[in-house]
Write a protein that binds this ligand. Structure first.
Ligand SMILES: C[S@@+](CC[C@H](N)C(=O)[O-])C[C@H]1O[C@@H](n2cnc3c(N)ncnc32)[C@H](O)[C@@H]1O
Length: 265
C-alpha cells in the first residue's frame, strides 16, 4: 500500500473586513485574522493611506501587539485616462500587473507552511478584484496555494442599514451598478438601483425624475456623512457636502441607492 507524502501547502484567507467600522468585522473574520502569519496590504499611495491605517488599527485591536507580520506593497496605478472601449484593456493590464505583485508576495514572503491573508474592503464578492487576481496567479502556475473567502459587510449593506431602509421593495428586484453604467441610462426593469464607484455624481442626471436618494460617504467611519430625500432637493446638498469633504480629506468613497417612485399615471 502506497502512502502519499504530506506536502505543505501555502494557505491564503481573503478576508472581508467591512466598509470602515471595525465593529463590522465578523467573528469568522477575527478567527481568520488570528490564524494568519502574514498580512498583505496593497496601498495606492497617500490618498488611500487612511485605509491602510484603518486596516492596521483593526489588526492591533484583534491581535497581540506586534504579534503579526505585515508586508506592504505599492498598488500599480490604473490608467484612468482610457475611456470608452479602451476601458477593458486598461483594466486587464492593471490586473496583470497586480497579479505579478501578488505572485511575488506569495512566493517570496509566505513560507511553504504559512498562512497569508488579504484584507479586502467590504465584501470580497462585490466590485473587488482580489479573487480574480488570485485565480490568475494560480493559472500562471509558478506558485501553489489554497485559498478561502470570508464574507464581509459590504458598503451596500452598511449604507441601507445606516438609512434604516431595505435594498428592495416587496418582491421587486434591485440592481447594483457603477456610476459609469448609470451614465448610460437608468437601468431598465428596475426601480431600485445602488450605485458605487461614481466619481462624477451621476445621480444629478436624474434629478428631474420622481426618485428618492439614500446617499452615504465614508460610511462606518468617524467622517461618515448621510443624506436622504427626494433627489431634486438632496442633490445640491450632496454636491456641496461631497465637495467640502473631498477638499478636506483629499479622497472620498460614497455609495447611494436611487429609489424611483411608481408613476401616478
Ligand atoms: C472597489 S469598490 C469596493 C467595494 C467593497 N468590496 C464593498 O463590499 O463595499 C469601492 C467602492 O465601494 C464603495 N464604498 C466602499 N466603502 C465605502 C464606505 N465606507 N462608504 C461609502 N462607500 C463605500 C464606494 O462606492 C467605492 O467607490
Amino acid at each position: 500500500m502506497a502512502y502519499g507524502r504530506l506536502v505543505a501547502v501555502r494557505t491564503i484567507h481573503v478576508i472581508g473586513i467591512g466598509a470602515g467600522d471595525p465593529d463590522q468585522l465578523t467573528l469568522q473574520a477575527v478567527r481568520a485574522l488570528r490564524g494568519t502569519d502574514v498580512f498583505f496590504v496593497l496601498d495606492k499611495g497617500e490618498v488611500k493611506s487612511d485605509l491602510t491605517r484603518l486596516r492596521r488599527d483593526m489588526l492591533d485591536t484583534h491581535l497581540p501587539e506586534g504579534g503579526y507580520r505585515v508586508v506592504e506593497a505599492r498598488d500599480p496605478e490604473r490608467d484612468r485616462r482610457a475611456g470608452g472601449t479602451a476601458y477593458s484593456p486598461a483594466v486587464g493590464d492593471w490586473r496583470s500587473a497586480r497579479a505579478g505583485i501578488y505572485e511575488r508576495l506569495i512566493a517570496e514572503e509566505l513560507g511553504e507552511d504559512e498562512t497569508g491573508a488579504f484584507l479586502v474592503w467590504g465584501d470580497p464578492a462585490l466590485y473587488d478584484s482580489t479573487l480574480g487576481i488570485l485565480e490568475e496567479v494560480l493559472a500562471r502556475g509558478t506558485v501553489t496555494f489554497a485559498y478561502d473567502v470570508v464574507p464581509g459587510v459590504s458598503s451596500v449593506s452598511a449604507l441601507v442599514a445606516r438609512h434604516r431602509t431595505g435594498l428592495n421593495r416587496v418582491a421587486r428586484p434591485v440592481q447594483i451598478t457603477t456610476g459609469r453604467r448609470l451614465a448610460e441610462g437608468f437601468p431598465e426593469g428596475v426601480d431600485d438601483v445602488v450605485v458605487m464607484l461614481d466619481a462624477h455624481q451621476t445621480f444629478r442626471r436624474y434629478a428631474d425624475q420622481d426618485i428618492d436618494i439614500y446617499w452615504g460617504a465614508y460610511i462606518g467611519t468617524p467622517d461618515e456623512i448621510l443624506v436622504s430625500g427626494p433627489l431634486a432637493e438632496a442633490a445640491p446638498r450632496i454636491e456641496r457636502l461631497r465637495a467640502e469633504a473631498r477638499e478636506r480629506k483629499g479622497w472620498i468613497m460614497d455609495t447611494y441607492l436611487l429609489r424611483r417612485n411608481p408613476r401616478g399615471d
